[in-house]
Design a protein around this ligand. Structure first.
Ligand SMILES: NC(=O)c1ccc[n+]([C@@H]2O[C@H](COP(=O)([O-])OP(=O)(O)OC[C@H]3O[C@@H](n4cnc5c(N)ncnc54)[C@H](O)[C@@H]3O)[C@@H](O)[C@H]2O)c1
Ligand SMILES: [Zn+2]
Ligand SMILES: [Zn+2]
Length: 360
């Protein structure tokens, strides 16, 4: 099958022929229909975060099940599915307390003594985040996929696999925003725009979008922002504190920078919560004034929107089908697999929402 391979940090992805194995007992083989290009892929491409190389990037996908292993219970051939990188085992402490996204069991991957899921010219190729989705097929554990209704368009479904479940869940599950509360969202890419949309659906009183790129204003407002601050021109902390009369109830950092995470903490008011969604690379530390904790401000992380994705994703699909979740507007460009490097270049301008790769 054709796949976009990262050979070394910083190099463009190369389209190569990669071999994919047959499903093991609990595994699912998927024909990839669409895969979104996420800011996290860029972090691994640039080496901000490490993954064993060479590998196939991509982790935000939807497709059709081609084959399943003998013990698979949750999906069958022909099912339309969305993938999720936070594969869960179902019986560890995290899973059993409802925090599937925090499962770190290795049983959703293959053991080292088993044949690899992916190979190139007879050499095993490590799989990326359980998925390696920039490829014509994906082989993964059944607990990394969920079946969805068949009238849902798969290019839009793919975005639910990371950007939407992450941004939406950060607001509803991690931050637990209450109706009427104010929220500031820093960074209006695929994740931030999804957080804005979630805030609207959850009934936020005021939704303040922040980005350094001024042209993001119209997109942010289309997703539900009531205010926009261009942080290349204005100090976002001052502006949010002013707009909210002392600080927002919530701030969500959706970029992955220590500086903007500190801004998120600074712009929430007494009792407010800063939720950090962006992936801040190892070695970057945050600095916050200790005295601010006396006002019961909180700083917390959010991983994949604190999801219970087998429940969350079909609900998000329903929201889209009802016209409440915006996904059409999230796709800036539909591209072929061999245009994936263009998508990374465009992402770095900050001008686009999401690029989606379509497979024939
Ligand atoms: N926590 C998780 O589970 C999780 C899941 C998915 C993605 N992420 C992370 O979320 C972050 C966002 O992902 P994305 O796909 O939306 O990225 P993106 O590149 O599409 O969007 C980033 C946005 O931030 C803006 N921006 C950049 N620097 C800024 C600054 N200093 N101030 C204000 N705005 C700024 C850009 O203009 C752009 O609009 C990444 O770090 C990604 O790795 C985390
Ligand atoms: Zn992602
Ligand atoms: Zn588990």
């Amino acid at each position: 099958m054709k796949a976009a391979v990262l050979r070394a940090v910083g190099l463009p992805l190369q389209i190569e022929d990669v071999q994919i194995d047959k499903p093991g007992p609990r595994e699912v083989l998927i024909r990839t229909v669409a895969a979104g290009v996420c800011g996290s892929d860029l972090h691994f491409l640039q080496g901000d975060f490490a993954t064993p190389l060479p590998t196939v990037l991509g982790h935000e996908a939807a497709g059709v099940v081609e084959a399943v292993g003998c013990d698979v219970r949750t999906v069958k051939p022909g099912d339309h599915v969305i993938t999720c990188l936070s594969a869960y085992c179902g019986h560890c402490d995290h899973c059993l307390t409802g925090r599937l996204n925090l499962c770190v069991s290795d049983e959703t991957s293959r053991d080292a003594d088993q044949p690899p899921r992916l190979a190139r010219a007879g050499q095993p190729m490590p799989q990326y985040l359980h998925l390696s989705a920039f490829a014509e097929q994906i082989l993964t554990h059944e607990h990394a996929v969920v079946a969805i209704r068949k009238d849902m368009p798969l290019d839009r479904a793919a975005l639910i696999g990371c950007a939407v479940v992450t941004g939406f869940g950060a607001v509803t599950h991690t931050a637990r925003l209450q109706p009427g509360e104010t929220v500031a969202v820093i960074g209006c890419g695929g994740v931030g725009l999804s957080a804005i949309n979630a805030a609207l659906i959850a009934g936020a009183g005021r939704i303040i979008a922040i980005d350094t790129v001024a042209s993001k204003e119209s997109l942010a407002r289309a997703f539900g922002a009531t205010d926009f601050i261009c942080s290349a021109q204005d100090n976002p902390v001052k502006a949010v504190r002013q707009l909210t009369g002392g600080g927002a109830h919530h701030a969500l950092e959706c970029i992955g920078l220590a500086k903007t995470a500190e801004q998120a903490f600074a712009m929430v008011g007494r009792g407010g919560t800063a939720t950090i969604v962006g992936m801040i690379p190892p070695g970057q530390n945050l600095s916050i004034p200790g005295a601010a904790l006396l006002s019961e401000k909180r700083l917390q992380g959010s991983f994949m929107g604190s999801n219970r994705f087998p429940v969350d994703m079909p609900r998000l699909v329903d929201f889209y089908m009802q016209g409440r979740l915006k996904l059409d507007e999230l796709i800036s460009r539909r591209i072929r697999l061999d245009q994936v490097n263009e998508a990374f270049a465009e992402m770095q301008t900050g001008e686009i929402a999401r690029s989606v790769i379509l497979f024939d």
